[in-house]
Design a protein around this ligand. Sequence first.
Ligand SMILES: CC(C)(COP(=O)(O)OP(=O)(O)OC[C@H]1O[C@@H](n2cnc3c(N)ncnc32)[C@H](O)[C@@H]1OP(=O)(O)O)[C@@H](O)C(=O)NCCC(=O)NCCS
Length: 167
Amino acid sequence: MRRPLTDDSDADVASSREAVRLRDMVSADLPEVMRIERAAFRYPWSELMLRSEMAHEWAHLRIAEKGEEKAPVMLGFIVFWIVCGELHVLNVAVDPDAQHRGVGRALMRAAMDQAKGADVTYATLEVRRTNRAAIRLYESFGFKTTAIRPKYYVENDEDALVMGRAM
Ligand SMILES: CC(C)(COP(=O)(O)OP(=O)(O)OC[C@H]1O[C@@H](n2cnc3c(N)ncnc32)[C@H](O)[C@@H]1OP(=O)(O)O)[C@@H](O)C(=O)NCCC(=O)NCCS
């Protein structure tokens, strides 16, 4: 996930353990997205940061949800850029109550599939060195550690692993 610098179409994805529906994030989702962000991260993004990502034409923000379309339950979300032939994953978070059921995998799969359809040649991301669950998730998509950025996360001086893979 990128260190913060400042403060469509619908698709059904059948993951291994939870059938989730993916769609683009809209402003009305922000309260629920922020609830998940705060529950999932010790150092969460602010709502302003999410809003600023929504304003970038190269940024893609997707929601995973389940349940009836009239009463959906949000499970998680992903934020990624597709720019200059590169996929950059900035943020992925799953509600702690919905983790370990394939939702994170479904969100990453959606980003990878969209990148493949957009002539992307390389994918990259940063992740906290101690974030074992996320590192394992990214490794399962073929990402490998290419560099270490010492004390990249200023909140607790934690190193970042830079991970990447050719597409
Ligand atoms: C990382 C995260 C998005 C994974 O989402 P998830 O829905 O729980 O993950 P999935 O159930 O799709 O699991 C996919 C793979 O991730 C890895 N994984 C997920 N949770 C794991 C854990 N607790 N320990 C080790 N590996 C884990 C495994 O490789 C797993 O594949 P497997 O089930 O075949 O073993 C989720 O744990 C989360 O939201 N964490 C907090 C926010 C965060 O750290 N985001 C990443 C920022 S870089």
